[in-house]
Design a protein around this ligand. Sequence first.
Ligand code: HEM
Length: 589
Amino acid sequence: MSLNTSIDSQYAKVAVGSATLGIFLLLLHQLYRRLLLPKPIPNIPYNVAASQKLLGDLPELKDEMDRTSDMRSWLLRQTIKLQSPLIQLFLDPFSKPILILSDPREALDILLYRSRDFDRAPMLYDIFSGLAPTHHIGMKTGPEWRRHRDLIQHLVTQPFLQDTAGPAIHASASRLVRLWRAKARVAQGAAFAAKRDFQYMIIDALIEICFGKDFPNNGVSSQIELLEAYHTLAPDVKPQTSITFPEANPHEFICAHKKITEAIEHCGQSVYPRQMWWAMSKLPRLANALRIKRRVTRERLITAAATIAQKMPLADSSGAWSSAEFMAHHENNLSQQECRQPEYISPPMEDELYGFLFAGSHTNFITLAWAIKTVADNPVSQSRLRDALRAGFPEAVLESRAPSPSEMSSRQIPYLNATVEEILRICPATLLVDRVAIRDTELLGYHVPKGTCIWTIPAGAGFTSPAHHISEEKRNASSRSNAKHSRRSEWSGDDIAQFIPERWLRPSAEKHGELVFDPSAGPILAFGAGPRGCFGRPLAYLQLRMAVALFVWNFELLKCPDSLSSYDAADGLFHKPKSCYVSLRELSS
Ligand code: HEM
């Protein structure tokens, strides 16, 4: 063989080898693109650069979370950047894109009228499955979900709200007023943190509602005791700073609840919430908190069953029943219908009872935190609210006292309702409301494959800024037909971003032009909506209205220094304010 022939054959081998390697790499690249890179849903706008990355939009979101912790504003900014009310983001590696919908009308249409197309998404189940695997919040809509929800159906009944919830909420808010009077005297106009006080106030009320009056609910009263022993007047407070008060440890159940809430918040921020919960629950801090929660919940169910057994032969339905008693009563009736022994201690009973307490505490506390900032920063609305309250409860003014629980739960004060509704419009604590497509369907004219998750955003376009333009023919049929006779589908006007409770009032023809509260004046999404909307909504309203009324009745809420007044938010499971301070001037009742 000549030298030339040998070189040729070596070149040929190299060429064949290179071609094979090239093909292999090409196949690998194709495999990478097809199997691992995000797969956009055709035509729905997305960040092109993110679609070329294994982790999609996740790194950018992580950077944003590290910098600001504000996920909701980032989501809204993506819809503005991509100039569309419906976009897709790649936030769940190796899974389908998530759709972000920033349009109140289409969001309400999905939640209210499209149960055949959309249901509860798996996200909430993933977050809560460690804590309360049989709570109905994570279930698909169906008989099992309904059976669980029936356990807490008393939540929306008038006797429960009036006899059980109203007095408990009033008592805990009044204790907070007492604590704040003591703090205000020490602070002498300086600001102090309110977050913990709200948390204790809300959990105190919910404990009384869930477990009954005899259970120690001393979140606020333990702070009062400590403060009353704290005689030193505040040292010179520098401008732009706040006073820090010492803090007492309340009952072990309240401390356990606080730890559990922090752990769930942590899971809410994780891409893998189940695994995160599992890991945390192995640590002594959470494991111990869960033990206390389990023990107390079981004890209270056993006590409730015994109380019910005493009350039932006498058909004694009078007096305030705790939520645990209502649940035990329901289980007893159900067991009779189904010819079986009642099961007072069971995973559903425990999960629904604690789930009620959990669902109601964090949400209400964050909403109140936003409320107090907003009311303090809008002094004109605040004094209108105070005037409306004084006009609405003249007996209380005459007797130099705050309105009683029964006066407050039986009387409507339109300006109070409007103020609370406006707070929920401007600063909803809800981060997002999610659903999953349960069959191939359409949204705003785009094909949406079965299994796609949709996050509707309860803030931004159409709520506090002008809505995205959407042509009518792109909307769903139910959205088009319902728009004619349903609540106003979006807010408009130059003042859309401002806090104006009056937008929720309208003159009533039946009441000779008197202003009445109009809950249909425009959209809000703070409680979600439809069959899977917030089941505790009436209780939440009662708590928010009573608390805001009692604070404004007893104090002038002053604007805090700028450094303590930011509206920056930190997102976990909910959208919560980073700074929550109050500066108070005491008023006589
Ligand atoms: C200001 C306070 C509250 C806010 C902002 C709030 C918000 C929400 C939101 C956004 C949802 C999901 C709705 C949806 O997917 O359409 C929800 C569900 C739920 N909330 Fe609330 N909530 C509050 C207070 C409460 C209270 C006090 C309770 C009970 C004591 C409660 C119990 C529930 C339950 C049981 C669900 C699940 C409903 C279901 O999946 O069928 N919430 N809440």
